[in-house]
Design a protein around this ligand. Sequence first.
Ligand SMILES: *[C@@H]1O[C@H](CO)[C@@H](O)[C@H](O)[C@H]1NC(C)=O
Ligand SMILES: *[C@@H]1O[C@H](CO)[C@@H](O)[C@H](O)[C@H]1NC(C)=O
Ligand SMILES: *[C@@H]1O[C@H](CO)[C@@H](O)[C@H](O)[C@H]1NC(C)=O
Length: 421
Amino acid sequence: MIVKFWSGGMRLVCELALRPLALVFWSILGARALDNGLALTPTMGWLHWERFMCNLDCQEEPDACISEQLFMQMAELMASDGWRDAGYEYLCIDDCWMAPERDSKGQLQADPQRFPSGIKHLANFVHSKGLKLGIYADVGNKTCAGFPGSFGYYDIDAQTFADWGIDLLKFDGCYCTNVVSLADGYKHMSLALNRTGRSIVYSCEWPLYLRPFHKPNYTDIQHYCNHWRNFNDVYDSWESIKSILAWTVINQKEIVEVAGPGGWNDPDMLVIGNFGLSWDQQVTQMALWAIMAAPLLMSNDLRQISSQAKALLQNKDVIAVNQDPLGKQGYCFRKENHFEVWERPLSNLAWAVAIRNLQEIGGPLSYTMQISSLGRGLACNPGCTITQLLPEKAHLGFYQWTLTLKTRINPSGTVLLRLER
Ligand SMILES: *[C@@H]1O[C@H](CO)[C@@H](O)[C@H](O)[C@H]1NC(C)=O
Ligand SMILES: *[C@@H]1O[C@H](CO)[C@@H](O)[C@H](O)[C@H]1NC(C)=O
Ligand SMILES: *[C@@H]1O[C@H](CO)[C@@H](O)[C@H](O)[C@H]1NC(C)=O
């Protein structure tokens, strides 16, 4: 987590990202994804950071501090409240789980007060609920919050995580002083995880920390990582969500075609169900994270979440778009007036289309599209059945290629459609 503030006024350029030639490269690039058989669709789960951060105060805030109790409660709810069955499988620990020092053998250890039973015990409990456990470490000399880093200990730490029964590693990039150590460290850890023989999803922040120095080589990155953060940490705010989407549009030519089964661009956590987003803004995050083939890692409090946010996060149709087995990331292809239109190719010649109303004043606005302009002209040729998935489900019927479709969208909201041949 690099703490950075978004400087406003980013210019939105939205154009067709992918020319037919790019389609050819997709399949070639796909074959070079990290060969661990994991993350064939984007990872789904829960990650503590955005909601619980580095809360160490279990005296004053026993329900919000980073402790085994927090993760056991979340595991129970993920199993009992439909999250696991909706696909949210990975329960992930972020920074601040460690004791301040390694043990006498040089191994990482959990904080003994906050994790008295240890991580192996927690992993067993999480597995008993039909879930998987994720953990966090750092490529440099310290984690972002100042706990022991893995530099010089990559093999030991990979083995420790495998011995504990860990299923995902988020590897941060703080306290790494140069770009050579950054690349070497991310690669070394990937190989070390492989050598343990345990299937462990590898979540990187390599391009995020590399970008200040030079353009990331995504061919390299996808060869070592299952997903990778490109941009700043998400905050519980609409400014943050907008900045992530704006960054993605500006850089889509570089990042969209790299994504595929086994390797995904990670725009960071879903903050749906927290404090900062209106209903329409939550719909926008869910719709666009589905279009972007993003990992769906919620950071919220499953003990206190509105039924509306829960229904949005568990929406089967939207999750099916996110998890589509074709594994192609969507892109923005049109920006006009106050609207931005995104689309994503899906399996069986289907497409998902998202239309955002960018205006943040006034009431709902209407937007009319030529059916023939969708899905590179292919989606509805000669016709297609259109279902609106968000903000609520509606069967819009059959549309011929020559027709138009009119939608009405709330300020800062999104309409998500599915087009089937
Ligand atoms: C390790 O990598 C090899 C080849 O790159 C792959 O076949 C194997 O499945 C990997 N093992 C694990 C545990 O990821
Ligand atoms: C960690 O600290 C050592 C000693 O100061 C230094 O030599 C090394 O380059 C640091 N590692 C990274 C990845 O910055
Ligand atoms: C990116 O990395 C790949 C694989 O390591 C390498 O073959 C390629 O030349 C690199 N591309 C650039 C532009 O450096």
